[in-house]
Write a protein that binds this ligand. Structure first.
Ligand code: MRU
Length: 344
């Protein structure tokens, strides 16, 4: 596991973030002590992944409360700063949920907010362990005795959470049980979370993996080279429609065509029962430069624009199972979050 690096850590006066834009080449940290720095870090994906964004958002309120005291803000200025944290990225519901969770503590001061944010962080790690165990149980219950070839997309690992990971938590648990033959990590254009981050995590953990182009994933699945696909989620609607990194839908369609389970691993906090279906999930549109350039070099003719949605929505009927810390919902068989008990 990535036990020697901490994605998100409260220092007492700021939030220490492992700068994921620099991986795998450099392991460097950025400390956000003001709202501008944190919002910029979230937008640039210094910190990213739905659960990690939830934790960053919660600590972001502590940063705002400290800054308000330091700089003499009135209530309106503090509210506006907190809103900027909440809205820094739109798709992962965890970000706004993390902010909302700690808001009742704001009147007690930054330390009380930070204590609640720390509770969220600790819960996330515990939840990921449970997701890993439940997901591995479910997969192995259908897999027979053979070693498994697992396909994953983007990064839903320790780097995307407070620790251990959701989809990669399942992979880590399968590996601990001696059942992983190989992980196919989709490179995840345009920001390469799979190539840079998932491969880094798996390699450090001694889990065999290869990186493939996103366009290779459907073919890998149709050729029978993957036994299961496991991905994370940024928001799951009440009917089970699942928003995740752009390219997830292609993986799901290929899995459905090949009869391969498509498993979504996410904490219950990623489920948004207020959104009935995927049509209500806001999809982040990022700057076209991310598509029009490669390593800073323009790759597209002048005058041609880019289309850069950061997420897509996989329809519920393509989601074989949703693994949360409270259990497994067999979504394509009709068991959706809407029909599940909210955990206590
Ligand atoms: O744009 P990113 O890197 O924040 O996107 C992350 C993903 O899509 C993850 O798969 C998702 O947040 C789940 S993380 C456990």
């Amino acid at each position: 596991m990535t036990s020697d690096v901490r994605t998100v850590e409260w220092t007492g006066d700021g939030l220490r973030l492992l700068d994921q834009t620099l991986l795998p080449g450099r392991v460097e940290y950025l400390v956000a002590r003001d709202v501008d720095t944190l919002v910029d870090a979230i937008r640039r994906l210094v910190v990213r992944g739905a659960p990690a964004l939830g934790v960053a958002g919660a600590f972001g309120v502590a940063i705002a409360v400290r800054q308000a005291a330091r700089e003499g803000w009135d209530d309106a200025a503090l509210d506006a700063a907190i809103a900027r944290v909440r809205e820094a990225r739109p798709t992962a519901v965890n970000l706004s949920a993390g902010v909302e969770r700690v808001l009742p503590f704001a009147a007690e001061g930054a330390d009380a907010v930070a204590a609640e944010a720390q509770a969220l962080l600790d819960e996330d790690v515990r939840g990921n362990r449970a997701i890993g165990a439940l997901g591995a149980d479910w997969i192995l219950g259908r897999a027979g005795d053979r070693p498994l070839r697992v396909l994953t997309h983007c990064n839903a690992g320790a780097l995307a959470t407070a620790g251990w990971g959701t989809a990669l938590g399942v992979v880590r648990e399968l590996h601990a049980r001696g059942r992983v033959e190989l992980v196919y990590a989709d490179e995840t254009r345009p920001l390469l979370q799979g190539a840079r981050l998932t491969a880094w995590e798996l390699d450090r953990s001694g889990i065999p993996c290869v990186v493939q182009a996103d366009g290779a994933a459907p073919s890998t699945i149709l050729r029978g080279l993957a036994d299961v696909a496991v991905i994370g989620a940024d928001r799951v609607a009440a009917n089970g429609d699942t928003a995740n990194k752009i390219g997830s839908v292609g993986v799901a369609l290929a899995c459905a065509a090949a009869g391969v389970p498509f498993v979504v691993a996410a904490p219950w906090s990623t489920v948004d029962l207020a959104v009935p279906d995927g049509g209500g999930i806001p999809i982040e549109e990022r700057a076209e430069e991310e598509i029009l350039t490669w390593a800073g070099v323009k790759t597209v003719p002048d005058g041609v624009g880019g289309h850069n949605p950061a997420f897509d929505v996989t329809p519920a009927h393509l989601v074989t199972a949703l693994v949360t810390e409270t259990g497994v919902l067999e979504v394509s068989a009709g068991v959706t979050p809407r029909h599940a008990d909210r955990p206590s």
